[in-house]
Design a protein around this ligand. Structure first.
Ligand code: CTP
Length: 403
Protein backbone atom coordinates (compact mmCIF):
# COMPACT_ATOMS: atom_id res chain seq x y z
CA UNK A 1 0.00 0.00 0.00
CA UNK A 2 2.95 2.32 0.52
CA UNK A 3 4.60 0.93 -2.62
CA UNK A 4 6.73 3.51 -4.38
CA UNK A 5 6.36 6.02 -1.52
CA UNK A 6 9.30 7.60 0.21
CA UNK A 7 9.00 8.14 3.95
CA UNK A 8 11.44 10.15 6.03
CA UNK A 9 11.33 9.07 9.68
CA UNK A 10 12.67 11.52 12.25
CA UNK A 11 13.49 9.99 15.65
CA UNK A 12 14.07 12.14 18.72
CA UNK A 13 15.43 11.15 22.10
CA UNK A 14 12.87 9.43 24.27
CA UNK A 15 12.58 5.93 25.69
CA UNK A 16 9.98 5.13 22.99
CA UNK A 17 12.78 5.44 20.37
CA UNK A 18 13.09 1.64 20.45
CA UNK A 19 9.54 1.37 19.08
CA UNK A 20 10.71 3.20 15.95
CA UNK A 21 12.45 -0.05 14.90
CA UNK A 22 9.08 -1.84 14.71
CA UNK A 23 7.61 1.16 12.88
CA UNK A 24 10.38 1.01 10.27
CA UNK A 25 9.85 -2.73 9.84
CA UNK A 26 6.12 -2.20 9.17
CA UNK A 27 6.75 0.70 6.74
CA UNK A 28 9.29 -1.33 4.77
CA UNK A 29 6.96 -4.37 4.75
CA UNK A 30 4.25 -2.12 3.31
CA UNK A 31 6.52 -1.21 0.39
CA UNK A 32 7.84 2.21 1.50
CA UNK A 33 11.39 3.36 0.95
CA UNK A 34 12.44 4.71 4.36
CA UNK A 35 15.20 7.18 5.27
CA UNK A 36 15.87 7.68 8.97
CA UNK A 37 17.25 10.83 10.57
CA UNK A 38 18.08 10.77 14.29
CA UNK A 39 18.75 13.52 16.80
CA UNK A 40 21.87 13.21 18.97
CA UNK A 41 19.70 12.27 21.98
CA UNK A 42 17.87 9.56 20.01
CA UNK A 43 21.25 7.92 19.36
CA UNK A 44 21.66 7.53 23.14
CA UNK A 45 18.60 5.24 23.17
CA UNK A 46 19.09 3.16 20.02
CA UNK A 47 21.97 2.85 17.57
CA UNK A 48 21.74 4.21 14.00
CA UNK A 49 23.03 0.86 12.75
CA UNK A 50 19.68 -0.75 13.64
CA UNK A 51 17.88 1.58 11.24
CA UNK A 52 20.52 1.25 8.55
CA UNK A 53 20.04 -2.53 8.66
CA UNK A 54 16.22 -2.27 8.62
CA UNK A 55 15.97 0.32 5.83
CA UNK A 56 19.02 -0.53 3.72
CA UNK A 57 19.76 3.23 3.67
CA UNK A 58 22.38 5.27 5.53
CA UNK A 59 21.04 7.07 8.60
CA UNK A 60 21.30 10.85 8.92
CA UNK A 61 22.81 11.78 12.28
CA UNK A 62 24.97 14.84 11.90
CA UNK A 63 24.49 17.95 9.79
CA UNK A 64 28.25 18.31 9.46
CA UNK A 65 28.94 14.74 8.32
CA UNK A 66 30.58 15.58 5.00
CA UNK A 67 30.31 12.10 3.50
CA UNK A 68 26.58 11.70 4.24
CA UNK A 69 25.84 15.27 3.22
CA UNK A 70 27.62 14.84 -0.12
CA UNK A 71 25.85 11.48 -0.79
CA UNK A 72 22.30 12.43 0.17
CA UNK A 73 22.08 15.99 1.45
CA UNK A 74 19.50 17.37 3.84
CA UNK A 75 17.77 19.54 1.24
CA UNK A 76 17.43 16.57 -1.10
CA UNK A 77 15.94 14.48 1.73
CA UNK A 78 13.50 17.27 2.57
CA UNK A 79 12.35 17.39 -1.07
CA UNK A 80 12.40 13.70 -2.00
CA UNK A 81 10.10 12.42 0.76
CA UNK A 82 6.36 12.00 0.21
CA UNK A 83 5.76 12.11 3.96
CA UNK A 84 7.74 12.90 7.10
CA UNK A 85 6.92 10.95 10.27
CA UNK A 86 8.25 12.08 13.66
CA UNK A 87 8.12 9.14 16.07
CA UNK A 88 8.74 9.52 18.88
CA UNK A 89 8.43 13.31 18.89
CA UNK A 90 9.68 14.63 22.24
CA UNK A 91 8.48 17.84 23.91
CA UNK A 92 11.84 19.36 22.98
CA UNK A 93 11.51 18.50 19.27
CA UNK A 94 7.91 19.77 19.21
CA UNK A 95 9.01 23.04 20.86
CA UNK A 96 11.81 23.50 18.32
CA UNK A 97 9.50 22.95 15.33
CA UNK A 98 6.89 25.32 16.78
CA UNK A 99 9.59 27.99 17.17
CA UNK A 100 11.16 27.35 13.75
CA UNK A 101 14.51 26.37 15.25
CA UNK A 102 16.85 24.49 12.92
CA UNK A 103 19.92 23.57 14.96
CA UNK A 104 20.53 19.95 13.95
CA UNK A 105 20.04 17.59 11.03
CA UNK A 106 16.39 16.72 11.76
CA UNK A 107 15.12 20.20 12.56
CA UNK A 108 16.91 21.62 9.51
CA UNK A 109 15.08 19.14 7.26
CA UNK A 110 11.77 19.93 8.97
CA UNK A 111 12.15 23.60 8.22
CA UNK A 112 13.04 22.89 4.59
CA UNK A 113 10.33 20.34 3.76
CA UNK A 114 6.97 21.14 2.18
CA UNK A 115 5.47 17.62 2.44
CA UNK A 116 2.98 16.62 5.17
CA UNK A 117 4.49 15.92 8.60
CA UNK A 118 2.91 13.29 10.88
CA UNK A 119 3.84 14.07 14.49
CA UNK A 120 3.59 11.22 17.03
CA UNK A 121 4.40 12.64 20.49
CA UNK A 122 5.73 10.47 23.34
CA UNK A 123 6.80 11.84 26.71
CA UNK A 124 6.05 11.98 30.41
CA UNK A 125 2.41 12.88 31.12
CA UNK A 126 3.30 16.09 32.97
CA UNK A 127 5.48 17.21 30.06
CA UNK A 128 2.64 16.39 27.67
CA UNK A 129 0.02 18.23 29.70
CA UNK A 130 2.29 21.20 30.29
CA UNK A 131 0.62 24.29 28.87
CA UNK A 132 3.70 25.23 26.89
CA UNK A 133 3.77 21.80 25.18
CA UNK A 134 0.04 22.09 24.50
CA UNK A 135 0.52 25.58 23.09
CA UNK A 136 3.33 24.27 20.86
CA UNK A 137 1.16 21.38 19.64
CA UNK A 138 -1.66 23.83 18.89
CA UNK A 139 0.68 25.93 16.77
CA UNK A 140 1.90 22.81 14.88
CA UNK A 141 -1.72 21.99 14.01
CA UNK A 142 -1.95 25.33 12.18
CA UNK A 143 0.83 24.32 9.82
CA UNK A 144 1.37 21.36 7.51
CA UNK A 145 1.29 18.79 10.31
CA UNK A 146 -0.99 15.97 11.39
CA UNK A 147 -0.97 14.97 15.00
CA UNK A 148 -1.49 11.45 16.39
CA UNK A 149 -2.28 11.88 20.07
CA UNK A 150 -0.26 9.66 22.43
CA UNK A 151 -1.94 6.73 24.15
CA UNK A 152 -2.97 6.76 27.80
CA UNK A 153 -1.36 4.12 30.00
CA UNK A 154 1.61 3.26 32.17
CA UNK A 155 4.66 5.30 31.17
CA UNK A 156 8.34 4.38 31.40
CA UNK A 157 8.65 6.69 34.42
CA UNK A 158 5.91 4.56 36.14
CA UNK A 159 3.41 7.41 36.04
CA UNK A 160 -0.01 6.82 34.47
CA UNK A 161 -1.47 9.09 31.82
CA UNK A 162 -1.22 10.33 28.25
CA UNK A 163 2.27 10.06 26.81
CA UNK A 164 2.80 6.57 25.37
CA UNK A 165 3.79 6.50 21.71
CA UNK A 166 0.76 5.44 19.67
CA UNK A 167 0.91 1.89 18.31
CA UNK A 168 3.16 1.66 15.20
CA UNK A 169 0.36 -0.06 13.24
CA UNK A 170 -1.82 3.04 13.73
CA UNK A 171 1.05 5.25 12.52
CA UNK A 172 1.37 3.12 9.37
CA UNK A 173 -2.39 3.18 8.76
CA UNK A 174 -2.40 6.98 9.15
CA UNK A 175 0.55 7.21 6.72
CA UNK A 176 -1.46 5.18 4.17
CA UNK A 177 -4.39 7.57 4.68
CA UNK A 178 -2.17 10.65 4.18
CA UNK A 179 -0.60 9.19 1.02
CA UNK A 180 -3.86 8.05 -0.59
CA UNK A 181 -5.83 10.55 -2.72
CA UNK A 182 -8.88 11.74 -0.77
CA UNK A 183 -11.27 10.52 -3.48
CA UNK A 184 -14.15 9.79 -1.06
CA UNK A 185 -13.82 12.98 0.98
CA UNK A 186 -17.17 14.22 2.28
CA UNK A 187 -18.87 10.85 1.71
CA UNK A 188 -20.52 8.88 4.49
CA UNK A 189 -20.13 5.17 3.97
CA UNK A 190 -21.58 2.34 6.03
CA UNK A 191 -20.04 -1.11 5.79
CA UNK A 192 -21.38 -4.23 7.50
CA UNK A 193 -19.09 -7.14 8.31
CA UNK A 194 -18.83 -10.52 9.95
CA UNK A 195 -21.43 -13.12 10.86
CA UNK A 196 -24.42 -12.79 13.17
CA UNK A 197 -25.08 -15.03 16.14
CA UNK A 198 -28.65 -16.25 16.55
CA UNK A 199 -28.96 -17.73 20.06
CA UNK A 200 -31.26 -20.54 21.20
CA UNK A 201 -30.09 -20.62 24.81
CA UNK A 202 -27.81 -18.34 26.86
CA UNK A 203 -24.60 -20.09 25.72
CA UNK A 204 -25.39 -21.47 22.25
CA UNK A 205 -26.19 -19.96 18.89
CA UNK A 206 -26.47 -20.64 15.15
CA UNK A 207 -23.92 -18.84 12.99
CA UNK A 208 -21.59 -19.18 9.98
CA UNK A 209 -17.78 -19.08 9.54
CA UNK A 210 -17.53 -15.45 8.32
CA UNK A 211 -14.35 -13.86 9.75
CA UNK A 212 -15.26 -10.24 8.94
CA UNK A 213 -12.04 -9.76 6.90
CA UNK A 214 -13.79 -8.55 3.71
CA UNK A 215 -15.91 -5.96 5.52
CA UNK A 216 -13.00 -4.74 7.65
CA UNK A 217 -10.86 -4.37 4.50
CA UNK A 218 -13.66 -2.34 2.86
CA UNK A 219 -13.89 -0.07 5.91
CA UNK A 220 -10.10 0.52 5.97
CA UNK A 221 -9.90 1.28 2.25
CA UNK A 222 -12.79 3.79 2.48
CA UNK A 223 -11.07 5.46 5.49
CA UNK A 224 -7.81 5.79 3.51
CA UNK A 225 -9.76 7.50 0.72
CA UNK A 226 -11.00 10.02 3.34
CA UNK A 227 -14.62 8.84 3.69
CA UNK A 228 -16.40 9.05 7.03
CA UNK A 229 -16.83 5.34 7.67
CA UNK A 230 -19.32 3.50 9.88
CA UNK A 231 -18.46 -0.16 10.39
CA UNK A 232 -21.26 -2.30 11.83
CA UNK A 233 -19.75 -5.65 12.71
CA UNK A 234 -21.08 -8.94 13.97
CA UNK A 235 -18.85 -11.04 16.25
CA UNK A 236 -15.30 -11.13 14.84
CA UNK A 237 -11.90 -11.57 16.45
CA UNK A 238 -10.39 -8.75 14.35
CA UNK A 239 -9.42 -5.52 16.13
CA UNK A 240 -11.56 -2.52 15.07
CA UNK A 241 -9.86 -0.73 12.16
CA UNK A 242 -8.29 2.64 12.89
CA UNK A 243 -10.21 5.77 11.95
CA UNK A 244 -13.74 4.39 11.60
CA UNK A 245 -16.90 4.66 13.72
CA UNK A 246 -17.20 1.11 15.01
CA UNK A 247 -20.38 -0.55 16.28
CA UNK A 248 -20.47 -4.14 17.47
CA UNK A 249 -23.71 -6.12 17.12
CA UNK A 250 -24.59 -9.76 17.74
CA UNK A 251 -27.86 -10.73 16.04
CA UNK A 252 -29.39 -9.89 12.64
CA UNK A 253 -32.08 -7.87 14.43
CA UNK A 254 -29.46 -5.74 16.19
CA UNK A 255 -27.60 -5.29 12.91
CA UNK A 256 -30.81 -4.21 11.18
CA UNK A 257 -31.66 -1.68 13.91
CA UNK A 258 -28.20 -0.07 13.86
CA UNK A 259 -28.01 0.04 10.04
CA UNK A 260 -31.54 1.43 9.67
CA UNK A 261 -30.70 4.12 12.21
CA UNK A 262 -27.74 5.29 10.11
CA UNK A 263 -29.15 4.67 6.60
CA UNK A 264 -30.84 8.06 6.00
CA UNK A 265 -27.50 9.89 6.52
CA UNK A 266 -25.42 7.56 4.30
CA UNK A 267 -24.22 8.10 0.71
CA UNK A 268 -23.20 4.47 0.30
CA UNK A 269 -24.00 1.20 2.11
CA UNK A 270 -21.92 -1.90 1.44
CA UNK A 271 -23.36 -5.07 2.98
CA UNK A 272 -20.47 -7.50 3.35
CA UNK A 273 -21.93 -9.15 6.47
CA UNK A 274 -22.98 -12.78 6.33
CA UNK A 275 -26.32 -12.09 8.01
CA UNK A 276 -28.02 -15.18 9.46
CA UNK A 277 -31.14 -15.81 7.36
CA UNK A 278 -32.93 -17.62 10.21
CA UNK A 279 -33.05 -17.46 13.98
CA UNK A 280 -34.42 -19.89 16.55
CA UNK A 281 -38.05 -19.04 17.30
CA UNK A 282 -37.34 -18.86 21.02
CA UNK A 283 -34.32 -18.40 23.29
CA UNK A 284 -34.41 -20.73 26.33
CA UNK A 285 -33.89 -18.75 29.55
CA UNK A 286 -31.42 -21.37 30.89
CA UNK A 287 -28.82 -23.60 29.23
CA UNK A 288 -30.59 -26.56 27.56
CA UNK A 289 -29.74 -29.89 29.18
CA UNK A 290 -29.00 -32.98 27.09
CA UNK A 291 -31.97 -34.95 28.35
CA UNK A 292 -33.22 -36.18 24.96
CA UNK A 293 -31.44 -37.93 22.06
CA UNK A 294 -32.95 -35.54 19.52
CA UNK A 295 -33.80 -31.88 19.79
CA UNK A 296 -35.70 -29.85 17.24
CA UNK A 297 -35.14 -26.14 17.02
CA UNK A 298 -37.72 -24.26 14.96
CA UNK A 299 -36.19 -21.45 12.91
CA UNK A 300 -37.97 -18.33 11.70
CA UNK A 301 -36.84 -15.92 9.00
CA UNK A 302 -34.71 -12.92 9.90
CA UNK A 303 -35.28 -9.52 8.30
CA UNK A 304 -33.51 -9.09 4.94
CA UNK A 305 -31.62 -5.88 5.77
CA UNK A 306 -30.35 -5.16 2.26
CA UNK A 307 -33.69 -6.12 0.72
CA UNK A 308 -35.39 -3.63 3.03
CA UNK A 309 -32.86 -0.87 2.19
CA UNK A 310 -33.37 -1.49 -1.54
CA UNK A 311 -37.16 -1.46 -1.28
CA UNK A 312 -37.24 1.73 0.77
CA UNK A 313 -34.86 3.95 -1.22
CA UNK A 314 -36.66 6.52 -3.25
CA UNK A 315 -36.16 7.92 -6.75
CA UNK A 316 -33.00 9.71 -5.57
CA UNK A 317 -31.19 6.38 -5.80
CA UNK A 318 -29.56 7.17 -2.46
CA UNK A 319 -27.89 5.58 -0.69
CA UNK A 320 -25.88 3.65 -3.27
CA UNK A 321 -26.35 -0.02 -2.30
CA UNK A 322 -23.80 -2.77 -2.80
CA UNK A 323 -24.37 -6.40 -1.88
CA UNK A 324 -22.21 -9.49 -1.66
CA UNK A 325 -23.45 -12.87 -2.84
CA UNK A 326 -21.77 -15.95 -1.47
CA UNK A 327 -22.81 -18.92 -3.60
CA UNK A 328 -21.94 -22.58 -3.96
CA UNK A 329 -23.67 -23.05 -7.38
CA UNK A 330 -25.08 -21.02 -10.32
CA UNK A 331 -23.01 -18.00 -9.27
CA UNK A 332 -24.06 -15.49 -11.95
CA UNK A 333 -27.77 -16.46 -12.00
CA UNK A 334 -28.15 -16.44 -8.21
CA UNK A 335 -26.17 -13.23 -7.72
CA UNK A 336 -28.07 -11.45 -10.53
CA UNK A 337 -31.39 -12.48 -8.96
CA UNK A 338 -30.28 -10.93 -5.64
CA UNK A 339 -29.13 -7.73 -7.40
CA UNK A 340 -32.61 -7.31 -8.92
CA UNK A 341 -34.64 -8.46 -5.90
CA UNK A 342 -32.76 -6.19 -3.51
CA UNK A 343 -32.61 -3.22 -5.94
CA UNK A 344 -28.81 -2.88 -5.76
CA UNK A 345 -26.34 -0.82 -7.81
CA UNK A 346 -24.02 -3.77 -8.14
CA UNK A 347 -23.29 -7.05 -6.44
CA UNK A 348 -19.98 -8.73 -5.67
CA UNK A 349 -20.34 -12.47 -6.26
CA UNK A 350 -17.99 -15.08 -4.94
CA UNK A 351 -17.92 -18.82 -5.30
CA UNK A 352 -17.52 -20.38 -1.85
CA UNK A 353 -16.32 -23.68 -3.33
CA UNK A 354 -13.30 -22.05 -5.02
CA UNK A 355 -9.93 -22.34 -3.21
CA UNK A 356 -8.65 -18.95 -2.00
CA UNK A 357 -12.13 -17.41 -1.87
CA UNK A 358 -14.78 -16.78 0.75
CA UNK A 359 -14.94 -17.26 4.51
CA UNK A 360 -11.76 -16.68 6.51
CA UNK A 361 -9.36 -16.36 3.53
CA UNK A 362 -7.10 -13.33 3.05
CA UNK A 363 -7.81 -13.51 -0.68
CA UNK A 364 -10.94 -13.50 -2.79
CA UNK A 365 -11.75 -14.11 -6.44
CA UNK A 366 -14.96 -12.28 -7.27
CA UNK A 367 -17.16 -11.17 -10.13
CA UNK A 368 -18.85 -7.78 -10.08
CA UNK A 369 -22.30 -7.73 -11.71
CA UNK A 370 -24.00 -4.41 -12.43
CA UNK A 371 -27.59 -3.38 -13.22
CA UNK A 372 -26.98 -3.70 -16.97
CA UNK A 373 -26.02 -7.32 -16.41
CA UNK A 374 -22.35 -6.68 -17.27
CA UNK A 375 -20.11 -9.15 -15.44
CA UNK A 376 -16.56 -8.05 -14.58
CA UNK A 377 -14.36 -10.94 -13.52
CA UNK A 378 -11.52 -9.93 -11.21
CA UNK A 379 -8.34 -12.00 -10.83
CA UNK A 380 -7.45 -13.56 -7.46
CA UNK A 381 -6.72 -10.58 -5.19
CA UNK A 382 -6.21 -9.85 -1.52
CA UNK A 383 -9.37 -8.71 0.26
CA UNK A 384 -7.87 -5.20 0.48
CA UNK A 385 -7.35 -5.18 -3.29
CA UNK A 386 -10.92 -6.39 -3.85
CA UNK A 387 -12.06 -3.56 -1.54
CA UNK A 388 -10.07 -1.10 -3.69
CA UNK A 389 -11.80 -2.32 -6.87
CA UNK A 390 -15.22 -2.12 -5.19
CA UNK A 391 -14.60 1.52 -4.20
CA UNK A 392 -13.28 2.37 -7.69
CA UNK A 393 -16.69 1.27 -8.99
CA UNK A 394 -18.53 3.14 -6.25
CA UNK A 395 -16.57 6.33 -7.07
CA UNK A 396 -17.56 5.98 -10.74
CA UNK A 397 -21.23 5.73 -9.67
CA UNK A 398 -20.89 8.77 -7.39
CA UNK A 399 -19.43 10.79 -10.28
CA UNK A 400 -22.19 9.73 -12.69
CA UNK A 401 -24.90 10.94 -10.32
CA UNK A 402 -23.03 14.04 -9.08
CA UNK A 403 -21.51 15.94 -12.00
N1 CTP B 1 -28.34 -9.86 3.50
C1 CTP B 1 -29.04 -9.02 4.34
N2 CTP B 1 -29.93 -9.54 5.22
C2 CTP B 1 -30.14 -10.86 5.29
C3 CTP B 1 -29.44 -11.73 4.44
C4 CTP B 1 -28.53 -11.20 3.55
O1 CTP B 1 -28.86 -7.80 4.27
N3 CTP B 1 -31.02 -11.34 6.17
C5 CTP B 1 -27.39 -9.27 2.53
C6 CTP B 1 -25.97 -9.77 2.68
O2 CTP B 1 -25.20 -8.91 3.54
C7 CTP B 1 -25.45 -9.72 1.25
C8 CTP B 1 -26.69 -9.97 0.41
O3 CTP B 1 -27.82 -9.67 1.23
O4 CTP B 1 -24.94 -8.46 0.90
C9 CTP B 1 -26.81 -11.38 -0.12
O5 CTP B 1 -26.66 -12.28 0.96
P1 CTP B 1 -26.73 -13.85 0.74
O6 CTP B 1 -26.62 -14.54 2.07
O7 CTP B 1 -25.79 -14.26 -0.35
O8 CTP B 1 -28.18 -14.03 0.13
P2 CTP B 1 -29.58 -14.17 0.77
O9 CTP B 1 -30.38 -12.96 0.45
O10 CTP B 1 -29.47 -14.50 2.23
O11 CTP B 1 -30.17 -15.38 -0.06
P3 CTP B 1 -29.84 -16.98 0.03
O12 CTP B 1 -29.42 -17.22 1.46
O13 CTP B 1 -31.11 -17.60 -0.34
O14 CTP B 1 -28.74 -17.24 -0.95
Amino acid sequence: MLNGKSVLLGISGGIAAYKAAELVRLLVKDGASVHVVMTANAQQFIAPLTFQALTGNPVGTDLFNLEYESQIGHIHLARAADLVILAPATANLIAKIAAGIADDYLTTILLATTVPILVCPAMNVKMYENRITQRNLASLREFNTHLLEPEVGELACKEEGAGRLIDPSVIVETARRLLTPASLEGKRILVSAGPTWEPFDPVRFISNPSSGKMGYALASVAYRRAAEVYLVAGPSSLPPPHGVHFERVTTAHEMRDVIMGHAPQMDVIVMAAAVGDYRPIAVAPQKLKKLQDEVNVTLVKNPDILGHLGASRGVSGRPILIGFAAETENLIENATAKLIQKNLDFIVANNLTQAGSGFGCDTNQVKIIDREGIVTELPPLTKEEVAGRVFDRIEALLHITEP
